[in-house]
Design a binder for this molecule. Structure first.
Ligand code: CUK
Ligand code: CUA
Length: 670
């Protein structure tokens, strides 16, 4: 998310001049950390971290995993973007993961991570991520740290208020940021017919209790506005979902001006339990749609993609009691619900206060019909009727809020570059710390659940001028770790992040580490091209396709000499890693391959497609330093002309007789 700086600068200057805050940028950048602070983030060599921190990669499309409090980068999980390092999106097995109704899409923009919950607490089973650009939701399996499933969302564009979940992971919810004409109508309309033709869809994706499998359960058709962020109700508000909406002006051009006209936009409250009732009562309408669902099978080590053709839609305009709008000042961004489920915080990017809504008051307002009118057929609750109160003069450019479970909320301020701690009940600001600089999201482990662990807070910053060594025009985005166990927040660590971090969540290490898969059992490998031992290694020609059933084990491939490949052939290297030991991947690469390497985990089979474009000898080798004789882990493929009669042969350890007369050019000098 990048803000238009002019508008915010104007706002900043105005508000600063009014001396709400004496300075817009923290002054004491260099002296913010006291000597004892570093020890709090120090995890001695050989010791594990206390938390896994799952951080969205923004425009990298990936998710990265850090240890907390050390800030050590543990892994980058490829989700929506190809990753040549791991072969994700390049191996034949993983390519279907990135299939969509638009075909193979190799990149996306991942903003939010959300850990699965049971009874409103993180359960450490899965982490979900959203694709903003080509709307999708991914589920990552935390036993393998790999993307297990991706589902596309029809009728959506800019899947931003996503993937937020209900307290028992009943649903992953996703709201469209860009309203667009629905997929099943002719979308070839003038752009300036936004008000008539554009709609906003909210998607409810059900999640299998045991296996996590995702289905698009239903969508709710809402007025055309921008849905920005969301969070589920919890406890007393379980059964409700809250979405921030901006561009209620319904502008279609120059939004920085035209979508900043109104004093108040909305938080939309959705009664999804009610929506379920309507669904059961047959009030949904089935509409044609086209969206992909891709699943990775860890037995066949293969992804499959299917295209689905239908979705059930509920109309918020007809079914009057599933959606309500609460007025919320000035283009709200973050929409956060406190651990009790009673308070809903809306963060107006251009507002000089933070409104806090009360779930109980909202319920009463609905019962009393305390409405100020309707917006596009949806009731608008009176602001004061649902309001718990306002945090006055908290800072500039509020974005996101998390909670510590001790009665305090922590809100980030992009423009004034700070995190502000305030009391949820009396709305008094009790502490503020600078960030370096322009903080976006923040994370308190468990901070959006019923049970936050109020020990650390991490701020994810957009700008790091003067914090790190320069690296050309682009500087690393940065996370900053604060100790929040005391009354005052204390900065203890900076660490750079992968891509641009938006939302992040963290889980206690104990929930995840003991369930981590160490290797795949070779006996259970059902890949159709597996070779479960060297005797099964072979090369098979099917027309112009050459299938190499190859094994890898320290420190050789079988076979390692292949002849009889011809120009015009497509060669498929199906490499099975025979190791049955933790952390012994083998790599595979062949000269001239136009895609990537493979990185094959123990017990797994992965396939690299290679189309040689010239004759000659092509070395292949292991890319992962697996053993003392890793450098010996290599082989050769001979490629002959299209019409050649060199027979297809393969071998290891034995020199077959030369299959044809040695060409003069290669003949040894006599
Ligand atoms: S957004 Cu980036 S700082 Cu896409 Cu959740 Cu607010
Ligand atoms: Cu196998 Cu290096």
């Amino acid at each position: 998310m990048k803000y238009n700086n002019n508008l915010l600068r104007v706002l900043a200057i105005t508000v600063c001049a009014a001396s709400l805050i004496s300075s817009c940028k923290p002054k004491n950048a260099g002296s913010a950390v006291d000597a004892g602070a570093a020890a709090k983030a120090y995890v001695p060599p050989g010791k594990y971290d206390q938390f896994y921190n799952f951080v969205s990669g923004g425009f990298s499309g990936q998710m990265s995993v850090y240890g907390l409090p050390s800030g050590r980068l543990l892994r980058v999980i490829p989700v929506f973007s190809v990753d040549p390092e791991k072969g994700y999106g390049y191996s034949e097995e993983s390519k279907p993961m990135l299939n969509t109704s638009h075909g193979f899409v190799p990149w996306d923009d991942l903003h939010h991570t959300e850990l699965s919950q049971t009874n409103g607490e993180i359960d450490g089973r899965w982490v979900f991520g959203n694709a903003n650009n080509t709307p999708r939701v991914a589920r990552i399996d935390l036993t393998t740290f790999r993307t297990a499933e991706i589902i596309e969302l029809p009728n959506s564009a800019g899947n931003h208020s996503s993937p937020f979940i209900t307290e028992n992971t009943e649903y992953v919810v996703a709201g469209t940021r860009f309203s667009v004409p629905p997929d099943n109508v002719n979308g070839d309309v003038p752009i300036n017919t936004y008000k008539q033709n554009f709609k906003g869809y909210i998607s409810f994706i059900s999640v299998g209790k045991e296996d996590g499998k995702m289905d698009l359960a239903f969508q709710i058709e809402c007025p055309g506005v921008n849905f920005d962020l969301s969070h589920a109700g919890k406890g007393k508000s379980h059964g409700w979902f809250f979405f921030s909406c901006y561009n209620t002006e319904q502008a279609n051009t120059l939004l920085e001006v035209n979508a900043s006209q109104k004093d108040k936009d909305f938080i939309m409250a959705v009664n999804w339990k009610k929506a379920e009732e309507y669904l059961k009562a047959g009030k949904g309408r089935k509409v044609a749609a086209k969206y992909a669902r891709n699943r990775y099978n860890e037995k066949s080590h293969t992804a499959t993609s299917e295209i689905l053709n239908e979705v059930t839609v509920l109309d918020a305009k007809e079914l009057k009691d599933i959606c309500y709008f609460m007025p919320c000042p000035k283009s709200p961004h973050g929409c956060d619900v406190d651990p009790t489920g009673e308070y809903i915080v809306g963060s107006g990017k251009l507002a000089a206060l933070i409104p806090v809504f009360s779930f109980d008051k909202m319920q009463k307002a609905i019962a009393d019909k305390a409405f100020e009118g309707e917006f596009e057929g949806i009731p608008v609750i009176k602001y004061d009727a649902a309001l718990h109160g306002e945090v006055k003069k908290p800072g500039l450019g509020p974005l996101h809020t998390e909670f510590d479970g001790k009665g305090f909320a922590y809100t980030t301020f992009f423009v004034s570059s700070e995190v502000v701690k305030w009391n949820i009940k009396d709305l008094a600001v009790v502490d503020r710390v600078p960030t370096y600089y322009s903080v976006g999201h923040l994370c308190i482990p468990g901070g959006d659940t019923k049970k936050p662990t109020g020990q650390y807070l991490i701020a994810y910053n957009k700008i790091t001028k003067d914090r790190y060594l320069p690296t050309g025009p682009e500087l690393a985005q940065s996370a900053q770790l604060y100790d929040i166990s005391g009354e005052k927040m204390q900065l203890i660590l900076d660490f750079p992040t992968i891509g641009e971090p938006h939302y992040a969540q963290a889980a206690p290490a104990d929930l995840i580490k003991n369930r981590s898969v160490k290797f795949f059992k070779i006996d259970e490998n059902t890949n159709p091209y597996v070779a479960k031992g060297e005797p099964e290694a072979k090369v098979v020609r099917e027309g112009n396709k050459v299938h190499v059933y190859m094994t890898s084990i320290r420190s050789h491939f079988a076979p390692d000499n292949i002849e009889g490949v011809k120009l015009g052939d497509e060669v498929y290297f199906h490499v099975t890693n025979l190791e049955q030991d933790w952390d012994v991947p083998h790599g595979f690469a062949v000269k001239g391959a136009a895609n990537a390497e493979l990185l094959i985990m123990p017990g797994e089979t992965q396939t690299l497609k290679w189309v040689p474009n010239r004759t000659g000898i092509f070395p292949m080798y292991c890319t992962d330093f697996c053993s003392a004789l890793h450098q010996e882990m290599q082989g050769y493929v001979r490629v002959s002309p299209a019409g050649s009669n060199v027979p297809l042969t393969f071998s290891i350890g034995t020199n077959k007789p030369a299959a044809d007369p040695v060409p003069a050019a290669a003949a040894p000098a006599k």
